[in-house]
Design a protein around this ligand. Structure first.
Ligand code: ADP
Ligand code: MG
Length: 925
């Protein structure tokens, strides 16, 4: 019989694996918005979003409501890693009957304790005018909606004060404390730090009330355990209380906590795992002894996990095992064992003394006799085995729950392995000598991918509460400072409406013959008058010069679609910077080589030339080079017609296989390439290294070209928007610095707010300022970050990817030789988001001006139009296109704009320009 009893109390490993799985399922249930209400493991958000980092300093008050006492505590932190905080305690007994009386009386009493404690502890050396932050440890089930807002759901543990359930207990305590402060203190200003000043001023409308004590945080005791263990300079992200009850909390990815709006970073979740199994998942582990304990408890059917592991119940489980064995005549035969009917006859202390003294049968005998039993030698041995089984099982179940949490953390953080510190506190942990060993070995078996280090917490609820309060204040102060830095980069809707209006103004000026020279947006005519209609046909050559590579292409347009072949050619630096003749001769050589390889020498093919340098176009096939850029400086070209230069070279080389019909800007190529697939595509947009746009304008509005009929594509050159000072009000300190370090200061100002060449630099400047203000990297200087262009725009894409792919972010940080904490990563992400959002919004404001103008031009209430887009920033950044489209919808609600990604605008697009010109020419004939 004894063997059978022991067997039911021991749980095989496979069964523990199953239980771990159930625990993870229940945790997910508790976190999900849909299933949260029914979940047994409640997974309550605590609004604690960070663990201590050691820089916390100042005085912090804690008040803790306990079973029969109020504990007050004053903790002084020195910002020295929080190694040896100074602490002062005082304990006050709760008056008789107060736990059943009026709520107001209870809170008044707590407030009195605080006041009295303060008057005794804070002497002349503490500035009595200073506002003291207070952390409130309130160990009842609350619905918390902020760190300092928690509505009591129900009393427990013998408390039942009237008028509190459903109320915000922080507010009740604050009111009671304010009442204590008395009317004579009213109106006194507090001398707190920046955070308090800002809090105060924002509350100045409320009746002025000097708050010597401000309740900053409310928390449950488990959370406190986690926070104290973080003190030794390493983050502790899990805490377990193995005491009368049992509970666990951990830092979860905030976006998984669907019951809160927090999506960034992490939040401590109070699992309330004591209720695990209340829906039956533990039924097959529940022994008849557990059943009996449960039935005799004040809340049968509830807190089933807790009843198997909490020290409030372990003695009872042992008692029921003994009752069963005595009834089966396996123990205490022939003696009076009636005492076993007495509830609570064995305490956890008894059990611990037995299990900790492995060999001491005399100890067992002493205890059994003390409670009134007459044990035989055999009874003592069996008692020892039973106690070991019950206490060992409690430790094993704790370990299984812990394994579930560790595995869950590892999975949701997208890690292959997890190293984590676990703070533990409670009677079972402190009193059972094998607890830690079992915890580690079992959790290791069940979650081999996780490495836990156990840290013993001392007085979690007291010191921990002070830490929570301190961290809350640090975060509030940091938030304030971060907002201050980022505020100038955050644009309001009004700002954007204004940018849209300014862009519109500049467009009109650029189109006007007289006003054109003074416009920052040059609105260059392209002599492209039609977009493709799908009837284009034939073989075309295309050249792409001025992008990342020099390419020659052949583009075959048939009824069935477009096929292309291309080759990349190198332009040696000597030729880039030699004479114009050499350059264009080289280009012709490449074309001849290409046509030979492609077997195209026998034909005369029309050629479209994508030439990505600033040109003054005077015809479709006539464009004067305004200036070289991107490392080119071939002599004798500036001011010349580049089409003619190419034709001259062909003549010199006696190459008759091509005829240059069009010079094409890359925005136009993008529009044309998309236009072939979608006739509504009448706008081209590029957001890559730089940014630019083109669109189809009415000829009658183009003052710089003769003629009023039809439309012409206008190359806006919008990157220069603002070069006349009209956007000066938007430029931040960071933009100024970035601009000053470019090769063209004061130029391309709009582009410098938007495009890939600059976003990384803007972010870098912000990070430098934030480091200097000690908001990042704990103020440690990072020399690598001083290097220009070290923070690449593609980093923004990685960092902003949803869910914080931490591994990749780590790689970036390593490249930058940055030692970033998790919080640093979260803040860096916010910086990136702010910068890329602004870029997308500004781009949208520009586009809004374009589509609205087109709508007006056509005199329609609703315009449907497609934008052909190219550029790596637009294509690869995870949020840019979404932000752009959302903002555009808002700014131009009467335009229905579709975005279409372009493929090879400068190849395919150039050929299509040639094809459309060809088609138009044929139509004329
Ligand atoms: P170009 O504009 O010169 O034709 P791209 O359209 O390819 O070339 O744009 C290149 C720019 O895109 C780079 O300067 C870089 O700033 C940016 N970029 C590159 N990769 C990414 C990425 N993953 N996310 C966002 N931007 C990127
Ligand atoms: Mg490009």
């Amino acid at each position: 019989q004894i063997q059978r009893a022991l067997r039911t109390l021991s749980i095989p490993l496979e069964r523990l694996h199953v239980m771990k799985g159930h625990m993870i399922e229940d945790m997910c249930k508790g976190l999900s918005r849909q299933t949260h209400a029914q979940a047994k493991v409640r997974m309550l958000p605590t609004y604690i979003c960070s663990t201590p980092n050691g820089t916390e300093k100042g005085n912090f008050l804690v008040v803790e409501l306990c079973q029969s006492q109020v504990r007050t505590l004053l903790v002084t932190l020195y910002g020295d890693g929080n190694l040896s905080p100074q602490m002062m305690y005082k304990i006050y007994d709760l008056p008789e009957g107060i736990t059943q009386g009026e709520g107001e009386a209870l809170f008044d009493f707590i407030a009195q304790c605080v006041t009295q404690f303060l008057s005794e502890t804070t002497s002349s050396d503490t500035d009595s005018e200073q506002c003291l932050p207070l952390g409130f440890v309130f160990p009842f089930t609350c619905r918390q909606t902020q760190l300092n807002k928690a509505e009591l759901l129900s009393w427990s543990k013998g408390f039942n004060c009237s008028g509190v359930v459903g109320k915000d207990v922080v507010e009740l305590l604050q009111a009671a404390i304010d009442k204590q402060a008395g009317p004579d203190k009213e109106g006194e200003a507090s001398g707190g730090g920046g955070w308090f000043k800002s809090r105060k001023s924002s509350q100045s409308a409320a009746p002025s009330q000097s708050r010597h004590v401000e309740v900053v945080a409310l928390m449950n005791d488990t959370v406190g355990t986690m926070m104290t263990c973080s003190m030794e300079g390493r983050a502790c992200e899990v805490a377990m209380v193995a005491d009368k009850g049992s509970n666990c909390c951990f830092m979860a990815e905030a976006y998984l906590v669907e019951t809160t709006d927090e999506t960034s970073g992490r939040m401590c979740v109070n699992t309330e795992w004591g209720c695990f199994g209340d829906d039956g998942t533990l039924n097959d582990l529940f022994t008849p002894y557990d059943q009996a304990v449960d039935e005799e408890s004040s809340n049968p059917g509830e807190k089933r996990f807790e009843k198997m592991v909490g020290t409030l119940y372990l003695g009872e489980i042992v008692r029921h095992v003994l009752i069963a064995l005595t009834a089966e005549k396996a123990m205490f035969t022939g003696t009076d064992a009636a005492v076993l009917k007495e509830k609570g006859v064995f305490t956890t202390q008894h059990l611990l003394e037995i299990v900790n003294n492995e060999d001491s049968i005399t100890e067992v005998r002493r205890i059994l006799e003390a409670v009134g039993l007459q044990p035989s030698e055999r009874d003592c041995g069996r008692m020892q085995q039973i106690c070991r089984a019950v206490v060992g099982r409690a430790a094993t179940l704790h370990a299984t729950g812990l394994a579930a949490i560790l595995s869950y953390m590892c999975q949701t953080r997208d890690l292959e392995s997890l190293m984590v510190n676990v703070g533990v506190e409670g009677e079972l942990f402190a009193g059972y000598s094998r607890f830690e060993e079992i915890l580690l070995s079992v959790s290791r078996l069940l979650a081999p991918e996780c490495m836990a280090t156990i840290l013993a917490s001392r007085d979690g609820s007291g010191r921990g509460a002070a830490m929570v309060t301190a961290v809350a204040l640090r975060l509030a102060a940091q938030r304030h400072a971060v907002d201050e830095v980022l505020a100038p980069l955050r644009l309001s809707r009004d700002d954007l409406v204004k940018v849209q209006a300014l862009m519109r103004e500049e467009m009109d000026r650029g189109l006007g013959k007289e006003t054109n020279p003074s416009a920052s947006v040059r609105m260059l005519p392209t002599y492209v008058t039609h977009t493709p209609d799908g009837t284009e046909k034939g073989d075309f050559l295309a050249l792409d010069l001025g992008g990342t590579n020099f390419r020659v292409l052949v583009v075959r347009i048939t009824e069935d679609g477009i096929t292309m072949a291309s080759e990349i050619y190198v332009i040696p630096v000597g030729i880039m910077q030699g004479s114009g003749e050499e350059l264009f001769d080289h280009i012709i050589d490449c074309i001849i080589d290409f046509q030979t390889k492609q077997n195209l020498v026998a034909q005369m093919l029309p050629l479209g030339f994508t030439f990505s340098f600033p040109c003054q176009q005077v015809g479709l096939d006539k464009a004067l080079l305004l200036t070289w850029t991107k490392g080119f400086s071939a002599s004798g070209c500036v001011g010349q017609d580049v089409v003619q230069l190419l034709r001259d070279a062909a003549k010199r080389k006696r190459h008759l296989g091509m005829q240059v019909v069009a010079l094409v800007n890359d925005t136009v190529g993008t529009m044309m390439a998309c236009g072939y697939d979608d006739p509504k595509c009448e706008i081209g947009l590029i957001v890559g290294t730089g940014t630019n746009a083109c669109y189809m304008e009415e000829m009658k509005n183009v003052g710089t070209v003769e003629g009023d009929q039809g439309r012409m594509c206008i190359n806006m050159e919008w990157g220069a928007f603002g070069d006349n000072g009209c956007l000066d009000h938007l430029f931040t300190h960071f933009d100024q610095v970035v601009d000053e370090t470019t090769i063209n200061p004061g130029k391309q100002r709009f582009e410098k707010l938007i495009s890939g060449m600059y976003l990384g630099e803007i972010v870098r400047q912000i990070l430098l300022v934030m480091t200097e203000k000690e908001l990042l990297f704990q103020g440690k200087p990072c020399p690598k970050l001083q290097t220009k262009d070290i923070f690449k725009t593609k980093f923004l894409s990685t960092i902003e990817l949803n869910g914080l792919a931490l591994r990749q972010i780590r790689a970036i940080l390593n490249e930058l030789e940055l030692d970033a904490s998790f919080e640093d990563c979260v803040l860096m992400r916010e910086v990136c988001q702010t910068v890329s959002l602004r870029a997308a919004q500004l781009c949208a404001a520009g586009l809004a001006a374009v589509v609205e103008k087109m709508r007006e031009n056509r005199g329609v209430d609703q315009l449907s139009v497609t934008v052909g887009v190219d550029g790596t920033l637009y294509k690869l950044h995870p949020c840019f296109s979404n932000n752009l489209q959302t903002t555009l919808k808002d700014l131009a609600p009467n335009c229905n704009v579709t975005f279409m990604l372009s493929e090879d605008g400068s190849g395919k697009g150039a050929a299509l320009v040639a094809a459309v010109a060809d088609r138009a020419a044929n139509a004329m004939e």
